[in-house]
Design a protein around this ligand. Structure first.
Ligand code: ADP
Length: 209
């Protein structure tokens, strides 16, 4: 479950000054005691806070792990995604191979008039190459994975959801997409295993708190 902003604020207040009473917490936040009663109930139930009768609330910290999970769940794809590399459906397989090398990416998103229509990975291109096709004459649309079979993610979605989809589908990355008013799906970013790896490293270095 996600902690609310007020619940996180309560934890910080208790950590900074413990034990502390419910009245003191309410006063510091500037709300009534009744307002924070459900928050305190949740936090004690999760063993984040402990409560001693006639003493007050103290920080138990037993659920650091749930705080970490919560923090990760709140990170958004748009803040960690990379710039997308997009090519037109009419490009030849050869041009896409060259583009993939020049851009140093592992997959290319394919569009038609700006609309996402496909994804091509390194292995798709290797398969086509060893298949003996004329790479200059074969349009990429013939070898790409097509809509609607493309797994996508939205900029506002959590990085955890992105990582989960990548893991579950066994793919390297996802196009980050937005749906226009006319129903067109456009690509605004790229969320890949590299982004997930970066988040992991930043998290462990304490750069994401
Ligand atoms: P590689 O094939 O180089 O290991 P991937 O694991 O990303 O790279 O791709 C595996 C297959 O899944 C390829 O056929 C590719 O076209 C397809 N694919 C890649 N990304 C997606 C996606 N987001 N949604 C659906 N299919 C994808």
């Amino acid at each position: 479950m996600n902690l609310s902003k007020r619940q996180s604020e309560i934890i910080e207040l208790v950590k900074a000054n413990q034990p502390t009473t419910g009245d003191e917490i309410a006063e510091k936040i500037g709300v009534s005691r009744a307002t924070i009663r459900p928050d305190l109930a949740v936090l004690t139930m999760l063993s984040i806070l402990g409560a001693r009768p006639n003493v007050g609330y103290f920080y138990k910290g037993a659920s650091e792990i749930s705080l970490v999970k919560d923090r990760i769940a709140n990170l958004k794809v748009e803040d960690y995604m990379s710039f997308p590399f997009v090519m037109d459906e009419k490009s030849s397989v050869y041009d896409v191979i060259v583009g993939l090398f020049l851009e140093d990416v592992s997959s290319v998103f394919i569009t038609n008039n700006g609309r996402l229509t496909g994804v091509v990975s390194r292995k798709d291109l290797i398969r086509t190459t060893i298949g003996g096709m004329d790479l200059n004459k074969t349009p990429i649309s013939l070898v790409m994975t097509r809509m609607p079979n493309i797994v996508t993610i939205g900029p506002e979605d959590s990085v955890f959801e992105g990582a989960r989809l990548i893991e579950e589908r066994g793919i390297d990355g996802l196009p980050v997409v937005e749906t226009e008013e006319n129903g067109d799906i456009t690509v605004v970013g790229r969320f890949t295993k590299t982004n997930v790896n970066r988040i992991f490293v930043e998290f462990c270095k304490g750069e994401i708190i």
